[in-house]
Design a protein around this ligand. Structure first.
Ligand SMILES: [Fe+2]
Length: 384
């Protein structure tokens, strides 16, 4: 290195230059050095680990309903704010906004659409209540999951005499930070409906599909019925699943098996009594809702106790583990921004990759002797 390169810039001259170019709306690369140094070893988790207890959320929702009065149709919704996120879009993590919404008896929540993708996990449901998504009514029974993909028309209907309550999750922070928000009210309380179920996407998401049609893969108005989830959980029995996330089952796109939504993946996680998950972290963030059971979420040096109805946030790239502290299975509905992070090629997990990293079980007792012929016949993931 020459003497010329080794010389440190004159601090006074540099400061004067920095001030001068500010008027021309420029900044020197050297001013980003603190930012780069902070990123050595990866991002600092954005926001805090936090729990919003069910007792508080439900009580505040009832108060909100009273305060809004009959005029507050469709607005009885509270968003959970992460106490560690002071700047940028509001939310439960820097990308996801969870909250609770109540639809009062005989209420219709007016139709609208937005580029934020949203989902509802029903907490206090009734099969007579429903959300209409792009012309298709989806029943809102307890613990059903209904998705409203980006820019889908949606309106909620409660013809029952009871309050309907759900967990709302939107990719709010993600969409707002990319400055991609579009919003449109429909202009009437209800959107038109498809004339019959035969025209619906829900029917086309089942096992038998019209051979004469090109299948629609994205923006599907789908309801994942809790009764079906229970059947699937029963079939898995006490399968422990993954040592980090337990029996973590993805709510897959029924057409292509992909994520629940383009930006968010929903999981139903079942942790058996005594389950002590291994500590890990990934560059995605998540929010979770306790369906049943009791547990602990350890994030960094904090341990958060959770029980039925509680919602919690796990910031991105925060070391965490989960444990079942009760004597029944701990069931969690969790939402992850993994598809968005993966789309940017930025999903990274430590100490090992777990999402989609394992093979499905082979048949015990059937030997596999690798030969050119057998390998040609097998699926790539079976060649091991
Ligand atoms: Fe909406």
């Amino acid at each position: 290195m020459s003497d010329e390169n080794a010389r440190v810039p004159d601090p006074a001259a540099l400061t004067a230059f920095d001030n001068a170019i500010r008027d021309d709306h420029m900044i020197g690369q050297w001013s980003f050095e603190p930012l780069l140094e902070a990123a050595v070893g990866g991002p600092t988790p954005k926001g805090d680990a936090h729990v919003w207890p069910w007792s508080t959320a439900r009580a505040r929702l009832a108060e909100a309903s009273k305060t809004l009065g009959p005029a507050g149709v469709g607005r009885c919704n509270l968003t959970f704010l992460n106490p560690g996120i002071q700047q940028g879009p509001p939310g439960s993590t820097h990308t996801l906004a969870a909250g609770v919404q109540m639809m009062r008896a005989n209420e219709v929540c007016w139709s609208h659409r937005h580029t934020m993708s949203a989902l509802r996990f029903v907490i206090e449901g009734n099969p007579e209540a429903h959300t209409v998504v792009d012309g298709e009514p989806l029943a809102m029974d307890t613990f059903d999951l209904l998705i409203t993909p980006r820019f889908s028309w949606h309106d909620h209907h409660n013809p029952t005499g009871q309050e309907i309550v759900w967990l709302d999750v939107l990719d709010l922070g993600l969409t707002l930070s990319l400055n991609q928000a579009f919003y449109e009210p429909f202009g009437e309380a209800s959107q038109p409906r498809r004339p019959s179920a035969a025209d619906g996407q829900g029917l086309r998401a089942r096992a038998l599909r019209p051979a004469w049609e090109h299948p629609r893969r994205g923006r599907l108005p789908i309801r994942y019925a809790w009764s079906e989830v229970l059947d699937i959980l029963a079939a898995y029995g006490d399968t422990p699943g993954d040592p980090y996330d337990g029996l973590a089952l993805r709510y897959a796109n029924p057409i292509d098996g992909g994520p629940t939504l383009a930006t968010m993946d929903c999981w139903l996680q079942q942790l058996q009594p005594g389950f002590q998950g291994l500590r890990h972290r990934r560059t995605s963030s998540s929010v979770g809702f306790v369906v049943s059971g009791r547990g602990e979420i350890e994030v960094g040096d904090r341990t958060l106790a959770v029980g039925p109805g509680d919602t919690f946030a796990v910031p991105n790239y925060a070391w965490h583990r989960m444990a079942n502290t009760g004597d029944e299975p701990l069931r969690l509905f969790t939402v992850h921004d993994i598809p968005a992070i993966t789309a940017f090629g930025l999903l990274y997990e430590e100490p090992v990759a777990t999402v989609g990293a394992h093979y499905s079980p082979a048949v015990p007792g059937i030997p596999h002797q690798p030969t050119t012929r057998t390998d040609a016949m097998l699926e790539p993931e079976e060649r091991r």
